[in-house]
Write a protein that binds this ligand. Structure first.
Ligand code: ATP
Ligand code: MG
Ligand code: MG
Ligand code: MG
Length: 569
């Protein structure tokens, strides 16, 4: 590529709404342009990075045996109603109507559509397992879009969906994806950590998140340097609480709700103001209650109701939400949704130490006229909240007993999930087994935030001059900067020769033939973050030398003309 024919547009200052380094640098380097809140045009320089990320993802997905297709961005509401997500997802799901007044969702993910494809086209056990993926535009009407591509509303995700005959098969498919993710993030050249999510350590490895390690990350990761224990904070809290602090909460007692049916009870509570906030609540349900609807009153917080989800781990519902609490909302799981439960686990409700005095908390199995009390909260027990429940903190013993815990922050860039029959049941995605009997398919889903990776990569790789792309995802691998390309014959000739040789060798090179002064040229490429720079100058050429400087190098190294090709490869 010749810079004169490409589009380069750099800025001295970042716009004032850019809060974090990666957002600032991407704006200054001309990689993205803001069109609206959380909506960006991917400019040519940024798009090259996105394509490289996509290519690595695609190669590794294909290698892992996943099959690419492409599902629509605009999806009929009927499918979403089948699984209940049309209602459950709340305002984060973007909805549109067509000219006939029909409802559509703009996809935030595609479980419904892929399950619809599979239930129509997969009939027999012989066609399983199968794993479909696409790399497609997503839309989520995030409450707080921010940090540029990191939390956009429109963004690109790779989402894959596996279908298996049984749980063992699903776990196998999950493992294959997990391993593929490790290869993908390795290839990006980023420092990352996979952590159990959603109480994985309690109910098996039901879900893992992949995080790029960065201080600005929104998530706290808990890990044990002496073992392979690693979980996000919510999962770690759940494990730690159940493993080492069972006495921290008290068992709930099923109590008649005097003269009140469940809904009235909830409605009444909805009116009560809340002055305190809860960060997480873990609710474990007794076996006898597993088939009952379980409900929980929630604070309206940073997270929308639709982000409040029941755990897929049997018997455990983990709800997380944060800050800004003022009014209560409630959430009901479907009957049976929690699945079978460990009979030894009592119903307990615990909260971390950010809760100091929560007056309006009630939970219970939604049997008419019954609710649960017995912790120090709930309006029937007007005492202050349990004080010794807390977040996991650094230095706590690791739940596996092998060492102590450390905490670091991460940016969630990937998420793998064992879904079981969550979707196949609602949508009746079945196959016929060897005996001709219909069986529900066991699903998994696997996401990678393609565009978020750009932000995450920069948070790990920058200096005061700009971005430092890992070579695998750099917009260009090498930039050739000639000194006086338009006025020095020898420089031009050697530059062209080198450029052609690099191209022929398959190096992704850009030649800066814009005729800019060296200072401007260097500043631009340092800001853009091209990892390798070659300078062709008259003085060096007289000694048969070029100059090489890696983006992290403090000084340039003279390299003989004939050795340069090998040098940058
Ligand atoms: P978050 O916790 O950051 O809101 P999520 O858990 O809601 O993410 P998933 O539903 O797990 O996201 O989606 C899979 C991946 O898509 C995430 O791991 C993340 O990399 C990416 N992603 C999710 N939301 C956004 C967004 N608003 N902007 C960019 N990427 C996103
Ligand atoms: Mg989200
Ligand atoms: Mg998340
Ligand atoms: Mg996630």
């Amino acid at each position: 590529m010749r810079a004169s024919r490409f589009f380069i547009s750099t800025l001295k200052e970042a716009p004032s709404d850019a809060e974090i380094i990666s957002h600032k640098l991407m704006m200054r380097a001309g990689m993205i342009k803001r069109l609206g809140s959380g909506i960006y045009t991917y400019m040519p320089m940024g798009l090259r990075v996105i394509r490289k990320v996509e290519n690595i993802v695609r190669e590794e997905m294909n290698r892992a045996g996943a099959v690419e297709l492409l599902m629509p961005v605009v999806q009929p509401a009927e499918l979403w109603q089948e699984t209940g997500r049309w209602d459950k997802m709340g305002p984060e799901l973007m909805r549109v109507k067509d000219r006939h007044g029909r409802d559509y969702a703009i996809q935030p993910t595609s479980e419904e559509v892929i399950t619809d494809v599979v239930r129509a086209d997969i009939k027999s056990y012989r066609q399983l397992p199968v794993n479909f993926y696409h790399i497609q535009t997503k839309f989520r009407d995030e409450r707080r879009p921010r940090f540029g591509l990191m939390r956009g509303r429109e963004f690109t995700m790779k989402d894959a969906y596996s279908f298996d005959r049984d749980v063992a098969g699903m776990q196998q498919s999950y493992k294959i994806m997990y391993d593929a993710y490790v290869r993908i993030f390795d290839r990006f050249g980023l420092q990352f950590r996979a952590v159990a999510a959603d109480n994985g350590a309690i109910g098996g490895s039901g879900s893992h998140e992949f995080h790029v390690i960065a201080d600005i990350g929104e998530d706290a990761l808990v890990y044990c340097p002496q073992s392979d224990f690693a979980a996000n904070m919510e999962a770690a809290e759940a494990v730690a609480l159940s493993a080492s602090r069972p006495a921290a909460s008290q068992a709930l007692v099923k109590t008649p709700t005097p003269g009140k049916a469940k809904c009235e009870h909830v409605a009444e509570l909805l009116k009560l103001p809340l002055s305190h906030t809860v960060k997480s609540i873990v609710l474990t349900v007794e076996k006898e209650d597993a088939d009952k609807e379980v409900w929980l009153l929630l604070l309206r917080g940073d997270h929308e109701l639709n982000e409040v989800k029941a755990s897929k781990v049997p018997g455990l519902a983990n709800y997380r939400f944060a800050s800004e609490g003022e009014i209560v909302e409630w959430f009901g799981t479907k009957p049976g949704y929690l699945g079978p439960v460990d009979p030894k686990k009592p119903i307990k409700v615990v909260a971390d130490r950010t809760v100091s005095n929560m007056s309006d908390f009630v939970c219970g199995a939604n049997e008419e006229d019954f609710h649960y009390t017995g912790v120090n909260w709930g309006r029937d027990v007007p005492e202050p909240i349990v004080a010794d429940l807390r977040n996991v903190v650094a230095g706590d013993p690791s739940p596996d007993g092998k060492g102590t815990l450390a905490i670091q922050r991460g940016i969630e860039v990937g998420h793998v999930f064992q879904l079981g029959t969550r979707y196949s049941e609602d949508m009746q995605a079945t196959y016929l087994d060897e005996t001709g009997k219909p069986q529900l398919m066991q699903m998994g889903c696997y996401g990678i935030g393609v565009t978020r990776i750009l932000g995450a990569a920069i948070e790990q790789n920058f200096d005061d001059k700009g971005i430092i792309w890992p070579t695998a995802i750099a917009p260009f691998e090498v930039v050739v900067c000639p000194m006086g390309y338009d006025r020095n014959e020898a420089v031009k000739a050697e530059t062209d020769k080198l450029y052609d040789a690099l191209l022929a060798a398959g190096v992704d090179v850009i030649l800066d033939d814009r005729g800019e002064r060296p200072g401007v040229m260097f500043a631009d490429w340092e800001l853009i973050g091209v990892p390798h720079r070659i300078v062709v100058g008259d003085r060096g050429l007289k000694e048969g030398k070029l100059e090489y400087q890696g983006r992290r190098d403090a000084t340039a190294t003279p390299v003989a003309l004939e050795e340069m090709l090998a040098f940058v490869q």
